[in-house]
Ligand binder design. Structure first.
Ligand code: CDP
Length: 250
């Protein structure tokens, strides 16, 4: 992949119409997924999406702490999304800020619909997500990783959840924005989406920026198309983990 210019680029598309990293508007970044990366978690996954490096560990169902959060008629899902101090250009404070709390909450809401939480009264499923390197679209890549960590736990799920961001720069819709595209300000918008791929149900849709109805529909189509690529990689990673277990043992 060609090297990107240092700092903020002056243009967002190359002369040949491609993006600065050589992608077409509807191309995903490279995606590498590994399941079962944490020995001490009940389920785990690592997602390397572009330059994002994200690890998710899932635990449970287990007793809720603190106890007053327990609900006698259902289980709960608790999600903690955190960025490492070294994950971004400027040192990120280790103290969780508003952004991390908000992202933890939206990831929780994006994943809850695929779980049968009512089967685990008084219990919790906990997901811890650590962003080691951030390069745009970390909430989406975190959802992709967290859904796989849940699947790796072996609990029943209605579906997987797949995250992908779509947006526009210079008023052109593009799939899977890298950090430098996310920060572009002219004719720009950013729309993270999470989808239950079997049922084609959307469990997260946020929008930062302004888009017309036509643009919104085009961006949503692009997001679903992109999510299909991510979903294939998720399924392939699960297949690889479980066929290697059958052949070689855990
Ligand atoms: O990561 P995501 O796109 O879901 O969330 P965002 O708040 O729109 O952040 C976009 C990008 O800004 C992140 O992926 C990081 O690359 C970058 N960022 C940063 O450089 N410093 C921060 N404290 C937070 C985010």
């Amino acid at each position: 992949m060609p090297l990107l210019p240092e700092g903020h680029p002056e243009k967002i598309f190359r002369e040949d119409g491609l993006r600065l990293d050589g992608r077409k508007p509807d191309d995903l970044r490279d995606l590498r997924i590994e399941i079962g990366v944490l020995k001490n978690a009940d389920g785990s996954a690592m997602v390397c999406h572009g330059k994002n490096r994200i690890i998710a560990g899932a635990y449970g169902p287990r007793e809720v702490h603190p106890r007053h959060l327990a609900q006698s008629d259902t289980g709960i899902l608790q999600v903690q999304y955190r960025m490492s101090t070294f994950s971004v250009g400027e040192r990120k404070s280790p103290v969780p800020g508003r952004r991390e709390k908000e992202i933890s909450m939206v990831i929780q809401h994006a994943l809850e619909p695929v779980l049968f939480l009512e089967q685990y009264p008084n219990s919790t499923i906990d997901i811890f997500i650590q962003v080691m390197t951030a390069d745009g679209g970390t909430r989406c890549a975190s959802i992709t990783a967290a859904a796989l960590a849940l699947a790796d736990m072996g609990i029943p799920m209605r579906d997987l959840v797949t995250g992908v961001a779509v947006g526009k720069v210079d008023n052109k819709p593009i799939l899977d924005l890298a950090d430098y595209e996310d920060k572009w300000e002219e004719g720009a918008a950013d729309m993270p989406v999470a989808v239950m791929m079997n049922e084609k149900k959307i469990t997260l849709l946020q929008l930062d920026g302004q888009v017309g109805i036509d643009e919104y529909e085009r961006m949503l189509d692009l997001a679903i198309k992109g999510a299909e690529g991510v979903y294939e990689a998720q399924k392939e990673a699960l297949r690889k983990k479980y066929t290697s277990e059958i052949v070689g043992g855990r």
